[in-house]
Design a protein around this ligand. Structure first.
Ligand SMILES: [Zn+2]
Length: 420
C-alpha cells in the first residue's frame, strides 16, 4: 500500500464499513477525497505517514444516502395535519407553493440541508421545485447533492418539449465537483405520457438519472387502472387530457414511456398491479420508500415483500417535512435515522443490518455510485460519519438504526463538514 504524506489516519473503537463485517479497534486511511485503506489499527498505523486522529468510543461508518427529499419544503413542516385523502392535500400544497418567494424556498432548502448534515446524511437525492436556487445552494452546503429538476405539466398547459427543454438548459448550465443535476418528471398523474417519454429519451442520451413519484396513492392507482375516482375527476376538471387512464397501473404507465431502467428511481410505489414488481425487477429500476411520509398519508401497506422477492433495489428517503406528522410544538427534522426507526417499527422481521443497507449501499446503487458512496471501502469517496458507541459489537447494527441524536462527526469528500 502506498501512503502519501498528505494522508490522514482515523482510528475508531468500531468501524462499520457496511459492505464488509465490522472491525474492532479499526482505522481508515484517507488521502485527498478518497479512502485509501481500511483495516485494523495495528495493521494500518505503522503505514500511516500523515496526520493521525483517534475518534475514540464511536462507530465510524459511511455517511447515509437519502434517496428522496424535497429540501425546499422543509419550512412547511407541520403546516397541515394528515389529510383524509391524498387528493385533499395536493391543492393545499399547490397553494402554499404559489405563495412562496425565492427567499423562502432558499431559506427552507438550507434549513433542510443543515438538518440532514447534522443527522448523518452525506448524499441526498433532492427534488428541486425552484431550480433558480441552483447552483447557489450547492455552494452553500457541504452535502453531496443530486438535484432532480422537477417538471409538471397539467396546470401550466405548456407543451412537453418546452418543459423538458427548459430543464435540460438548466441542467447543462450546472457543473460542480460534488453535485450533479438530474431529471424529475413529477408523477404520471401530474405530467403527460409525452413528457415522460421525452424525459426517458433525453435521460438515456445525456446519461442523466430520473426520479418520479409512482403509484403513491390509491387514488392515483384507481385513476390509471380504471379511469375513475377522486384524482381522475379532479385532474379532469383541471383540464388534464385523461386519455392515458384506464390503460393499466402507474408502474405500467412509466414503463410504457420508457422510463423504467437502471437509471430510474421510482418514489413510493405503494400500489402494485399483478406483474408490476417483477417488471421493476427485470428493468433493474430502484424503489425509494419514505416511511414517515407513508405513515402521514396512511397509504396502503408498502409492498415490501413483493418488491424484495422481485429483486428490486429498495432504498430509504425522508421525503419532505411537509409530509411528516407533527404534534403541537414538537420539533421535527429531516433525519434518515428517524426514518430507519419508523421503518423498523413497522417491519419487525427485517434485521437492522438490512435496514442500514437501505439507507446506504442501496441508495448508492440507485444513484449510480456503488462502491463510491454508502460504504467504507478502498477507493470510495471519504464520506463518513461517527456516532458515539460503547456497547458490544454484536449489537452494532441495532445501535446504528436506533441512534437518536446528531452525529459526532461528518466528513464529506475528504473534508470535515462536522469536525469531531
Ligand atoms: Zn416526494
Amino acid at each position: 500500500m502506498a501512503v502519501s504524506h498528505d494522508s490522514m489516519i482515523l482510528r475508531a473503537r468500531t468501524i462499520l464499513p457496511v459492505s464488509q463485517p465490522p472491525i474492532e479497534n479499526g482505522a481508515v486511511v484517507i488521502s485527498g477525497n478518497r479512502i485509501r485503506a481500511i483495516g485494523s489499527w495495528s495493521d494500518l498505523q505503522p503505514l500511516a505517514a500523515g496526520e493521525s486522529l483517534d475518534l475514540g468510543e464511536v462507530i465510524l461508518m459511511p455517511g447515509l444516502v437519502n434517496a428522496h427529499c424535497h429540501l425546499d419544503y422543509t419550512d412547511m413542516a407541520g403546516m397541515w395535519p394528515p389529510p383524509k385523502k391524498f387528493t385533499d392535500w395536493i391543492p393545499l400544497m399547490l397553494a402554499a407553493k404559489a405563495e412562496w418567494s425565492y427567499t423562502e424556498y432558499a431559506r427552507s432548502w438550507l434549513n433542510g440541508a443543515r438538518m440532514l448534515l447534522q443527522t448523518g446524511t452525506t448524499t441526498v437525492a433532492d427534488i428541486e421545485a425552484a431550480p433558480e436556487l441552483l447552483p447557489e445552494m450547492w455552494d452553500a452546503t457541504p452535502l453531496r447533492v443530486f438535484s432532480f429538476l422537477e417538471m409538471t405539466g397539467v396546470r401550466s398547459k405548456r407543451v412537453p418539449a418546452e418543459i423538458l427543454a427548459q430543464a435540460l438548459e438548466k441542467a447543462d448550465s450546472l457543473s460542480h465537483p460534488r453535485c450533479r443535476a438530474a431529471l424529475s418528471p413529477h408523477a404520471p398523474y401530474s405530467t403527460s405520457p409525452e413528457l415522460l417519454r421525452l424525459c426517458a429519451e433525453a435521460a438515456r442520451e445525456r446519461n442523466l438519472l430520473v426520479s418520479t413519484h409512482v403509484a403513491e396513492s390509491e387514488q392515483e392507482f384507481e385513476m390509471f387502472m380504471a379511469a375513475r375516482g377522486e384524482m381522475f375527476h379532479w385532474l379532469q376538471r383541471n383540464g388534464r387530457d385523461m386519455g392515458d387512464c384506464g390503460r393499466g397501473s402507474p408502474v405500467q404507465q412509466v414503463d410504457r414511456a420508457g422510463l423504467t431502467g437502471e437509471d430510474f428511481l421510482a418514489i413510493h410505489v405503494n400500489c402494485l398491479a399483478p406483474g408490476d414488481a417483477e417488471l421493476l425487477g427485470q428493468r433493474r429500476a430502484h424503489v425509494v420508500h419514505c416511511p414517515r411520509s407513508h405513515e402521514y398519508f396512511r397509504h396502503a401497506p408498502f409492498p415490501l415483500q413483493q418488491l424484495a422477492a422481485a429483486g428490486v433495489n429498495l432504498c430509504l428517503g425522508t421525503d419532505s417535512l411537509a409530509t411528516v406528522r407533527k404534534a403541537n410544538k414538537e420539533k421535527i427534522d429531516l433525519n434518515l435515522f428517524t426514518e430507519m426507526q419508523a421503518f423498523a417499527a413497522r417491519n419487525k422481521n427485517i434485521p437492522p443490518e438490512d435496514i442500514l443497507k437501505m439507507a446506504t449501499v442501496a441508495g448508492a446503487k440507485a444513484l449510480g455510485m456503488p462502491g463510491q458512496i454508502g460504504e467504507l471501502s478502498e477507493n470510495a469517496f471519504a464520506d463518513l460519519i461517527a456516532i458515539p458507541f460503547s456497547g458490544k459489537v454484536t449489537d452494532i447494527h441495532d445501535a446504528v438504526v436506533h441512534h437518536a441524536s446528531t452525529v459526532a462527526a461528518s466528513m464529506i469528500d475528504g473534508q470535515w463538514a462536522i469536525a469531531p
